[in-house]
Design a protein around this ligand. Structure first.
Ligand code: NAD
Length: 475
């Protein structure tokens, strides 16, 4: 049996001595890494990628032990995104590292200028449990590509994945360059007290605020990949069967425990009954009937009792307020199972329309007035994702023009995450900064402005002043 499937209890206490020793050692190493070549960094990324390939079975086992995540979902949503991130960096890193030449402006005539991408230094990556491998090792690839040292703190809620990543990192890297520190809130808070050069945090908006407050103490830069409620709008012109299929996958993969999962859904009243029926059919097609779903190994589980209770309470609150369960709504007492649940006739005061659901529950709200639902969306914090399903391009543009979101996918859900040439990130409450590909490299780099003097007119700025200055302000 691999170490990944042993019963591992979450580590709670912070090993402050080890953490501080690692931090100091990484500080020294970070200086040396400033001049590391693209070839050095690519070599490290390749070794990390190879270690993942070598331990694929252990990754499946760890994800299964932590939340019964099906192996094909591990392939698509844990391993593939990291491998894609690695492949993209390997292909493009040389170009990303090249200083970017900038043309002189008129006033700066006679100088040459460039932006140099220098490593930020010692970076802290704090990751969540819902895609434990992807959201830890993906940012790690970007951090290495940018030439940094890293302390990675995975979530304590997925201890098998955390332990496996500690082993992988230990095997691939010198701990003075990359190391994993396991632990829960106390460990995280101890790390946040150290003067890192950059913090890359993925998690909830509430903890994002704690991270940003701690970072302010040292004026450490941050990338915050947060969450929130991601709305979906289904217009009457949408292809209902295809929409239902794409939404069932986007909502119920990983058991709805996805930061960009469709959270609540507006559907045009003209097609709402037909759409709810299409959702039921798509569910049966993808996961089997209600009975089969409970034992379907393609269907993940809720991560732990606490979250199972939280999602169950959201369903109970909605139904007590009169919501109708169109399908599902049957949390089991064991195995952290909750059937894919679709709610209609949901009261506006229900918690399910207020809190991030982060589970397999989808409230559906019929609409007729587009302006009204856009106003409702704009009255809430800006979402990480907003989805629109329609064949009418004017409708799609109206939604895009009149809302703000970290990212949008038209006629599909979730796949924006897999596009290596697009930034991935939120806006305000759903996040600050971006990850993925070139954007991830830049998140972990400082853009340093460099001007080289050759024969500029700057001598005209020098005292004793001769009255030229009034000409400059007209430039
Ligand atoms: P979380 O914020 O509870 O925890 C994230 C990390 O922060 C964990 O490593 C945890 O140990 C640490 N942490 C928790 N409380 C802390 C505290 N008080 N002080 C310091 N550190 C603390 O998030 P989670 O429950 O692991 O993940 C779910 C949330 O993450 C959801 O809101 C989801 O939308 C969001 N998320 C966002 C993205 C994204 O890319 N934007 C991806 C996945 C998840």
């Amino acid at each position: 049996m691999s170490t990944a499937v042993q019963d591992i209890a979450p580590q709670q206490e912070a090993d402050t001595g080890r953490t501080e020793r690692l931090f100091e050692a990484q500080r020294g190493r970070a200086l040396a890494l400033r001049t590391s070549s693209a070839a050095d960094r690519i070599d490290k990324i390749k070794r990390l990628r190879q270690a993942m390939f070598d331990r694929t079975d252990q990754i499946y086992a760890a994800c299964h032990a932590d939340f019964a995540k099906p192996a094909p979902e591990v392939d698509i949503t844990e391993i593939l995104p990291v491998v894609m991130e690695a492949n993209h960096a390997i292909r493009h890193l040389k170009g990303w590292m090249k200083p970017e030449r900038k043309r002189p402006t008129l006033l700066m005539f006679g100088t040459s200028a460039e932006v140099r991408y220098e490593p930020r230094g010692v970076c802290l990556i704090i990751s969540p449990w819902n895609y434990p491998i992807n959201l830890s090792l993906g940012p790690l690839v970007s951090a290495i590509a940018a030439g940094n040292t890293v302390i990675l703190k995975p979530s304590e809620m997925t201890p098998h994945c955390a332990q496996l990543m500690a082993e992988i990192v230990d095997e691939v890297f010198d701990e003075n360059e990359v190391s994993v520190v396991q632990g829960a809130v106390e460990t995280s808070q101890h790390l946040l007290g150290l003067p890192f050069d950059h913090i890359f945090f993925t998690g909830s908006p509430a903890v994002g605020k704690i991270v940003m407050r701690a970072a302010a103490e040292h004026l450490t830069s941050v990338t915050l990949e947060l969450g929130g409620k991601s709305p979906v709008i289904v217009d009457k012109t949408a292809d209902l069967d295809k929409t239902a299929q794409n939404l069932v996958w986007g909502k119920f993969a990983n058991n709805g425990q996805t930061c960009i999962a469709p959270d609540y859904l507006y559907v045009h009243a003209d097609v709402s009954d037909a759409f709810v029926e299409a959702m039921g059919k798509a569910l049966t097609r993808l996961y089997g009937d209600q009975k089969a779903m409970a034992s379907n190994t393609d269907y993940c589980r809720i991560v732990n009792d606490k979250h199972h209770g939280r999602v169950k309470a959201l369903i109970d609150d909605a139904t007590e307020r009169g919501a109708r369960v169109s399908t599902g709504g049957t949390p089991a007492n064991e195995d952290n199972y909750i059937a894919p649940t679709i709610l209609t006739d949901v009261d506006a005061q229900s918690r399910v329309l207020d809190e991030e659901i982060f589970g397999p529950v989808l409230p559906i709200i019929p609409f007729t007035d587009t302006d009204r639902i856009l106003a409702d969306i704009n009255a809430k914090p800006k979402p990480l994702a907003l989805y629109v399903f329609a064949r009418d391009n004017e409708f799609i543009d109206k939604v895009l023009d009149n809302t703000s979101a970290g990212g949008t996918c038209v006629n599909h859900s979730m796949v924006q995450f897999l596009h290596a040439n697009l930034p991935f990130g939120g806006v305000n409450n759903s996040g600050i900064g971006n990850s993925h590909g070139h954007y991830g490299f830049k998140a972990f780099s400082h853009e340093r402005a460099v001007v080289r003097e050759r024969f500029s007119l700057s001598f005209l700025f020098l005292p004793p002043y001769k009255g030229f200055t009034k000409w400059f302000i007209r430039f």
